[in-house]
Design a protein around this ligand. Structure first.
Ligand code: AN7
Length: 401
C-alpha cells in the first residue's frame, strides 16, 4: 500500500488523509509506494495503449478513473531544428495534444479521481491558466463543482475561455499567481474543497507518466529531460516517476533533469547557479510566458533535488528567445506551442551554445501547452492577413504573380 511521506522529515501518513503539507514540519508530501508489492512487468504495460492509465500500478487511484484519454502524446523528432543546433537526437513531447491542450490533464485525471476516491465533493485551484482549464474539464466530467482563482489580466485568453465554458466558478484576483495560491489554499483548508494545485501530491502522480511514456516511445532513457519550470511540479514529478522505474528495475539510469525558466521569473535558476539551499522567491515575476509567471515555486524543494541528484541544470531564457523558438517550432517543425512550452527548446539552444549540453546527447524537451492557448501572443508576432477585393487580379497582385 502507498502512503504519504514528507520529503523533508520523513514523517509518514495514511494515503487517505486529506493533507497538503507535513503536519510536523510543514514541508511537501510525496506518494510513496512499496515497490516490492508492485507486480507488473514491462510486457504488461506494453500491451496497453500509451496513456496515463497504462501505468496504473504506479498510480494511487483504486476507483474507476475520471478520464478523457489523456496522455499518449506524440514524441516528435526535431530534425530540422536539431540539425540547426547540431543535435541529431532532439525530441519534443507535445503535451499540447492532451484533451484540454496541456500536460495538466495527466495530473487532473488522477487528481479529480482522487477527489472522488477520498469522498471530496468540490475541487479548487489557483492557476496561471492551464491548471484551471484542465480542472474545469475534469470537474465537468466528474460532475462536481470547481472554483478557480486567476491573476487578473495575466491569463491567456484560450485558458480563460476553457475554464468558463466547462463551468468552473472563475474568480480573477487583483494580485499575482503566488497570492492566488495562498488564497485558494486557505479557502480549501477552511471550507473543505479539495485543492488540486501541484502541492497536492496525488496530482503530480499523474504527471510523472510523461517520463514513462517518453522512455517507452524512445525505447530507453534519454540523456536529458528538459522542462519549462513555473511551480516546478512537473520536473519533480517526472524525476520521481523515473526513480520508481529505476526501483522496479525497468531502467538503469536517470536523465539529467534540466529546468528552463523565463528570465523575469527564474528563482530556481538562481538557486542552482548560486548553490543555494532553497529558492529565494521573486516578488515581481514578469514574462510573456504567463503560464510560468511564478515567483515562489511551491515545488522548488523537490525540483532542486531532481536537478542536483541527476547532474542536471537550470537556465533562463529571455522573452525574445522564447518567442523566437515559438516561431521556429511552428515554422520549421510544424509544432504549435504556447510561449512557456517553447522555453524548453529555447533553453536547449542556449545550453548547446554555451557548451553545457553535449551534441551527442539524446534529449527530450517537454512542450507543455498548445499554441491556441494564447492566440493574442501569436497575433502580436505576425503580420496580419492581407485583405483584398474579391477578384482574381487583386489576388494575383497581392501574391505578386
Ligand atoms: C504551459 O496553470 O502553474 O513547473 O497554474 O501551463 O509544473 O508549474 C502552469 C504551469 C509549464 C510550468 N508550461 O509547470 C498553472 C501553472 C505550461 C504551464 C508550466 C505551466 P510547473
Amino acid at each position: 500500500m502507498e502512503r504519504l511521506v514528507c520529503v523533508n522529515c520523513g514523517a509518514a501518513y495514511p494515503a487517505d488523509e486529506i493533507l497538503y503539507n507535513c503536519i510536523k514540519c510543514g514541508h511537501l508530501l510525496a506518494v510513496q509506494y512499496n515497490l516490492d508489492e508492485i507486480a507488473v512487468t514491462k510486457k504488461v504495460w506494453e500491451k496497453r495503449p500509451l496513456s496515463v492509465w497504462r501505468y496504473r500500478e504506479l498510480l494511487p487511484v483504486r476507483i474507476e478513473p475520471v478520464t478523457l484519454q489523456e496522455g499518449g502524446t506524440p514524441l516528435y523528432h526535431l530534425n530540422r531544428l536539431g540539425e540547426e543546433m547540431g543535435l541529431l537526437h532532439l525530441y519534443a513531447k507535445h503535451e499540447g495534444m492532451n484533451p484540454s491542450g496541456s500536460f495538466k490533464d495527466r495530473g487532473m485525471t488522477v487528481g479529480v479521481s482522487m477527489a472522488l476516491q477520498l469522498n471530496m465533493r468540490s475541487v479548487a485551484c489557483a492557476s496561471t491558466g492551464n491548471t484551471s482549464a484542465s480542472l474545469a474539464v475534469y470537474a465537468a466530467k466528474a460532475g462536481i463543482p470547481a472554483v478557480v482563482l486567476l491573476p487578473a489580466g495575466k491569463v491567456a485568453i484560450g485558458k480563460v475561455a476553457q475554464a468558463l465554458i466547462h463551468g468552473a466558478r472563475v474568480i480573477s484576483i487583483r494580485g499575482n499567481f503566488d497570492r492566488a495560491l495562498e488564497m485558494v489554499h486557505d479557502l480549501c483548508l477552511s471550507h473543505g474543497l479539495y485543492l488540486l494545485n501541484s502541492i497536492n501530491p496525488y496530482r503530480l502522480e499523474g504527471q510523472k507518466t510523461i517520463g514513462f511514456e517518453a522512455v517507452d516511445q524512445l525505447g530507453g532513457v534519454p540523456d536529458r529531460f528538459v522542462l519549462p519550470v513555473g511551480n516546478a511540479g512537473n520536473i519533480s514529478a517526472v524525476y520521481k516517476g523515473l526513480l520508481e522505474l529505476e526501483g522496479l528495475g525497468f531502467i538503469d539510469a536517470l536523465p539529467m533533469m534540466t529546468g528552463i525558466q523565463a528570465l523575469g521569473s527564474s528563482p530556481v535558476v538562481r538557486a542552482i547557479r548560486e548553490n543555494l539551499p532553497e529558492v529565494i522567491p521573486e516578488p515581481h515575476p514578469e514574462t510573456v510566458a504567463t503560464a510560468i509567471r511564478i515567483g515562489a515555486p511551491v515545488n522548488a524543494e523537490k525540483a532542486l533535488v531532481a536537478i542536483r541528484k541527476t547532474g542536471g541544470y537550470a537556465e533562463s531564457v529571455t522573452d525574445e528567445e522564447i518567442l523566437q523558438m515559438q516561431r521556429d517550432l511552428a515554422r520549421k517543425e510544424g509544432i504549435g506551442v504556447e510561449p512557456a512550452s517553447a522555453a524548453s527548446v529555447a533553453g536547449v539552444k542556449k545550453l548547446v551554445e554555451s557548451g553545457v549540453i553535449d551534441r551527442s546527447e539524446r534529449i527530450v524537451c517537454v512542450v507543455t501547452g498548445h499554441l491556441l492557448k494564447d492566440p493574442d501572443t501569436v497575433i502580436r508576432q505576425c503580420e496580419p492577413p492581407t485583405e483584398i477585393d474579391a477578384d482574381l487580379p487583386s489576388l494575383l497582385s497581392a501574391l505578386r504573380l
